[in-house]
Design a protein around this ligand. Structure first.
Ligand SMILES: [Zn+2]
Length: 325
């Protein structure tokens, strides 16, 4: 008879026509076709993006066509994913991180036990620590001159965090918010400093050019000697530049006082803005002084005579047993 002998299963549009559940052997032609394409492409120097494009537009399409007709056996799905993954990531690390090309491949010593080395940024071998890994990877800026004026062991952390925002001018003061709201219907034009009711507030206005803040700053400053620092923010930054590294008791107290004052003035500004509760300058300065006094009482001073005058200023009895801090 003039016909060609075929074989089961019969194929229609490239997929086998079978009524029972698809077995792994029935998917052999799909796996072979994908494998053939991969073998062909492997000989070409394709980039990571190129391989990804081929997988998405060609291989995944072949795979999804079959998957839209049949429930593919789990083993076949895993096998195909493994082949696609290995094609995609073949040499991909070199494409993504060309620096690896220059890394010397270590000599493998047979039968020796593996051990882990971590080389720090200075090229020294160290035990691996996540902190060291972070230090090696992170971007470093130079140290700012005010770092020790904000972060020091005796600081009040939430005040220091706030002072850091003040120095970076990151508080949501009205002058900054007005820039963000350009063109919107928000009624920022009528906003004014909640402390003195004049003009928009800003970092330099609140700390401490505003008449209210200036009065509070004047009252609390009497407790310390901050030299030529006035109520202008630039003069305070200058004081920080000169004294940030100082570890004398008086300078440490100045730093705590400055952070506490900016913190409580910002708190008062928000309280007036959102709840209408107002405190007088003398009340706010008393809260600031009491907060700093409590912090000083936590210091380990050992009753040294040179600290007597400071303790007297802050009304802390010299006989009081101070907490070791
Ligand atoms: Zn004001």
């Amino acid at each position: 008879m003039p016909f060609q002998e075929g074989s089961l299963p019969v194929r229609y549009l490239g997929v086998p026509l079978i009524s029972s559940r698809l077995a792994a052997r029935d998917c052999k032609s799909l796996v072979e076709r994908i494998e053939k394409r991969i073998d062909n492409w492997m000989t070409k120097s394709l980039s990571f993006a190129g391989r990804l494009q081929l997988i998405n537009s060609v291989l995944a399409a072949m795979y999804s066509y079959w998957a839209s007709v049949f429930m593919l056996p789990n083993g076949v799905i895993k096998d195909l994913e493994k082949r696609l993954r290995s094609f995609l990531w073949n040499g991909a690390w070199y494409d993504l991180f060309p620096v690896l090309i220059d890394v010397n491949v270590p000599q493998i010593i047979p039968d020796a036990e593996d051990w882990l080395h971590w080389k720090d940024t200075d090229g020294r071998f160290q035990d691996f620590k996540t902190g060291e890994a972070w230090n090696s990877l992170r971007h470093r800026e130079g140290k700012v001159f005010w770092v020790n004026a904000v972060w020091f062991s005796q600081c009040i952390p939430r005040h220091s965090f706030h002072l850091w925002l003040v120095i970076k001018n990151k508080l949501k003061t009205q002058d900054r918010m007005a820039d963000w709201e350009a063109g919107s219907a928000t009624n920022l034009r009528v906003m004014c400093c909640p402390l003195c009711k004049h003009d928009r507030d800003s970092r330099d206005h609140l700390f401490f050019q505003c008449p209210y803040s200036s009065e509070v700053w004047g009252l609390v400053r009497k407790m310390v000697d901050m030299g030529s620092a006035t109520d202008s923010w630039s003069s305070i930054m200058l004081w920080m530049e000169l004294n940030a590294h100082s570890k004398t008791l008086d300078h440490i107290i100045c730093k705590i006082l400055l952070a506490a004052t900016t913190y409580f003035i910002w708190q008062e500004r928000n309280s007036r803005l959102f709840s209408q509760i107002q405190r007088k300058t003398c009340d706010l300065s008393k809260i600031i002084i009491d907060t700093v006094r409590l912090r000083i009482m936590g210091f380990k001073l050992g009753g040294e005579p040179k600290h007597r005058k400071t303790l007297e200023t802050w009304l802390i009895s010299k006989n009081m047993e101070l907490d070791p801090g």
